[in-house]
Design a protein around this ligand. Structure first.
Ligand code: MEV
Length: 429
């Protein structure tokens, strides 16, 4: 029976962790070796992915634990170079789990293709003509990529906008056609660009204008994923801080981000600390997700927080997140990169919608992890205690000795390998 609640996982060796994973998943020895090997992405495969390849570049892969989302257990693969992120996400996921878990849902999964038309004699007439030919254009777009239609998706609708029509605009007036495409489980960049390019000549014919850009929009506001958690204050108690104090500190931290872009950027960076590692692990385009998320953070006219934190009538802390998620579980690197394949196996998601829901839940957890630390002891304490473990290991500590020495280093406020070596020697005597 798979459970994402694996106590003491962080204290185990890499081999022990692999064994635990093997017991829970139908991975073959070969696949496990691949997960653990130093070069799961061969230079040959890499050479087929991008140009001018001379090697590959590795990052740590850790597992975010304790995630319970819509009643389902998730072990979350996270690829990231920054210490504390995986620990913090897992710590918060445990608290949220004890409160019943995350609830998550999604909007439709529709991506937008944009086609820019310049130089129409009469932009209003051109717009009306396109709308009149809507069905023919949608059909032409689908004919250009029939496999997505066979999978239950495809172009579903179309809209037209006119930009810069004011006489004093410093930019050219232009007509922008939005093609709305249900990409099912694909991120869809390739198929949308193909569709947009294929209907461009027809659009030129209809509008008597000239088409320039034909490209996907990364402001994927028709592919939204949402997550929510409700946490009773007693689960938030931290050191000398009561749960109510932590809850109120988190809400004040949110209010700071909501009212100040200088803070909102850092607050949101903390959210992306959780989101990007899963997007990367699953072979998705993290630049697309980053661009969409930050643009969506300006939806109220001012750059603000990607999350909201409030108190409900029972005094519980309520966290919510809603973000565009242009990700997929098929196509692109998700199937080419061997680690992305295994990451999807670990996650055991059945659709892109489900993956998007997991991703935003991790983002919400990551945000609470940062705000809870910032509103109480400060961020450095947790960092230092994790750092002290690596220092203890570097000094030769093994097994139970690691935690004893790490704690001593933090107590002494002297987290150096030299000091740790002294302690290792002392314990050995
Ligand atoms: C560090 O990578 C992320 C934080 O700065 C996020 C935040 O300030 O909310 C801790």
């Amino acid at each position: 029976m798979k459970s994402s609640r694996i106590s003491g996982f962080y204290k185990k060796t890499v081999d022990e962790r692999k064994r635990i994973i093997k017991e829970m998943y139908p991975f073959t020895e070969e696949e496990l070796e691949e997960i653990n090997s130093n070069a799961p992405l061969t230079v040959d495969t890499a050479d087929k992915m991008i140009e001018n390849v001379v090697g590959t570049f590795q990052l740590p892969l850790g597992l975010g634990l304790n995630f319970l989302i819509n009643g389902k257990e998730y072990i979350v693969p996270m690829v990231i170079e920054e210490a504390s992120v995986v620990a913090s996400a897992s710590h918060i996921a445990k608290i949220v789990r004890d409160a019943g878990g995350f609830t998550a849902d999604s909007s439709e999964r529709v991506m937008i293709g944009q086609i820019q038309v310049i130089g129409c004699q009469d932009f209003y007439k051109a717009k009306a003509q396109i709308l009149k030919q809507k069905q023919a254009l949608i059909q032409a777009a689908n004919d250009a990529f029939p496999s997505i239609v066979a999978r239950g998706g495809g172009a579903e609708d179309l809209d037209v906008r006119i930009l810069n029509e004011e006489a004093d605009s410093k930019y050219s007036t232009m007509l922008v056609v939005h093609l709305y495409v249900n990409t099912v489980d694909a991120m869809g960049a390739n198929l949308i660009n193909t569709m947009a390019e294929s209907i461009a000549p027809l659009i030129e014919e209809i509008t008597e204008g000239k088409v320039y850009l034909r490209i996907l929009s990364n402001l994927a506001d028709r592919s939204l994923a949402r997550a929510r958690c409700v946490i009773p204050p007693h689960l938030l108690t931290t050191g000398d801080f009561s749960g109510e104090e932590v809850r109120d500190g988190v809400i004040h931290a949110y209010e700071f981000a909501a009212s100040d872009p200088y803070r909102a950027v850092t607050h949101n960076k903390g959210i992306m600390n959780g989101i990007d590692p899963v997007v990367i692990a699953t072979g998705n385009d993290w630049r697309a997700v980053e661009a969409g998320a930050h643009a969506y953070a300006v939806k109220d006219g001012k750059y603000g927080s990607m999350t909201t934190w409030s108190k409900d009538l029972e005094g519980n802390l309520v966290g919510e997140i809603e973000l565009p998620m242009s990700i997929g579980t098929v196509g692109g690197a998700t199937r080419v990169h061997p680690m992305a394949k295994h990451a999807l196996q670990l996650l055991d998601v059945k659709s892109a919608k489900e993956l998007a829901q997991v991703i935003v839940s991790v983002g919400l957890a990551q945000n609470l992890g940062a705000l809870k630390a910032l509103a109480t002891d400060g961020i450095q304490k947790g960092h230092m205690s994790l750092h002290s473990r690596s220092v203890a290991i570097a000094a030769g500590a093994t097994g139970e000795m690691i935690d004893i020495i790490a704690e001593e280093l933090v107590k002494l406020k002297d987290i150096r390998v030299g000091k740790a070596k002294e302690l290792v020697e002392k314990i050995k005597i």
